[in-house]
Design a protein around this ligand. Structure first.
Ligand SMILES: [Zn+2]
Length: 302
């Protein structure tokens, strides 16, 4: 059995550095169409800011039967940064719980229920984040960047002292898969990561990496678990070159905006179709903790 979670992070265009929501507004309905065509549901992680500014998009996602999760308040760095970004400073550990509390409250206001699934912006989670999520009643955290830590392959209960290790939290951590079967040439291992291959190289290339990764899992007797992260802004053409936002401009790296729009939508569609053909089963993030614990107790009984 291969379990798949399709996660869509709902935030400003190109993720950070712009205040625009064109991608969220126009890209989300397109994603919903693709998911509907395949008869699957997914998790949409909204920043509090996105939920507050585009409540109609939250409504659309809810009405289509998908899960609404939380993606911080402003796409800020809530966890441990893996590299420095000028102008974006991480929260202090003592600020984390209150910030996540506020983010949760805002998403809850527009979703109509309290979110139980979370994803940290840029997959920069932390021990402070998982402890705060546990206190706030979260059940799943889809933040673990496999390309960087390269240890946990399957969902796990994180440790209170180190979120990347197994422990006793009730919360379940969902690793975002990377192709660990390949040799990395990047100091952070980013070339092993799944994102944004579907858009920059195409679904076929991503599938080859998925096969590499599932082979890696099988060799270690681990059931392959594929947690994806995509963004509605990728499904809508993003401006190439500078984006002006009032006081100055930003110019995203070419890979950030490459093939956003129709091509990305087609590749998403192809990816889902291929995974379905291989017998993948699709889950929302909130469904994983239950299925994971059931599986663990089954293994123990045997
Ligand atoms: Zn994000």
């Amino acid at each position: 059995m291969m379990r798949v979670v399709m996660g869509f992070d709902c935030e400003t265009d190109v993720g950070s550095f712009t205040p625009f929501y064109n991608g969220l507004v126009h890209g989300t309905p397109t994603i919903l169409d693709v998911l509907k065509r395949h008869g699957i549901t997914a998790t949409f992680f909204f920043t509090g800011d996105a939920a507050r500014k585009k409540p109609e998009v939250v409504r659309l996602v809810c009405d289509s039967g998908h899960e609404v999760g939380c993606h911080s308040l402003f796409h800020e760095t809530v966890g441990d940064p893996l590299f420095d970004i000028p102008g974006i400073y991480p929260l202090l550990p003592e600020e984390v719980e209150n910030r996540l509390y506020r983010a949760t409250e805002v998403v809850e206001e527009f979703a109509g229920y309290r979110p139980v699934s979370f994803r940290a912006p840029r997959l920069w989670g932390s021990t402070a984040v998982v402890n705060a999520l546990e206190k706030l009643g979260y059940e799943a955290d889809a933040s673990y960047p496999m390309y960087y830590f390269r240890e946990r392959l399957a969902p796990y209960h994180p440790n209170r002292e180190d979120w990347t290790k197994e422990g006793t939290l009730k919360l379940v951590e969902l690793p975002n898969f990377a192709d660990l079967s390949m040799e990395s040439k990047d100091p952070y291992g980013r070339d092993m990561d799944q994102w944004p291959l579907f858009r920059t190289a195409g679904a076929g290339v991503l599938m080859r990496h998925i096969e590499g990764y599932t082979g890696y899992c099988k060799a270690r007797n681990v059931e392959p678990f594929l947690c994806f992260y995509f963004h509605p802004w990728e499904m809508y053409p993003m401006p190439e070159g500078e984006i002006h936002y009032g006081e100055c401009s930003v110019r995203p790296d070419p890979f950030i905006v490459k093939n956003c729009g129709t091509y990305a939508v087609e590749q998403l569609d192809r990816l889902i179709e291929t995974l379905r053909d291989r017998g993948a089963q699709f889950f929302q993030a909130r469904q994983i903790p239950q299925s994971y614990d059931k599986q663990q107790s089954r293994t123990r009984i045997q």
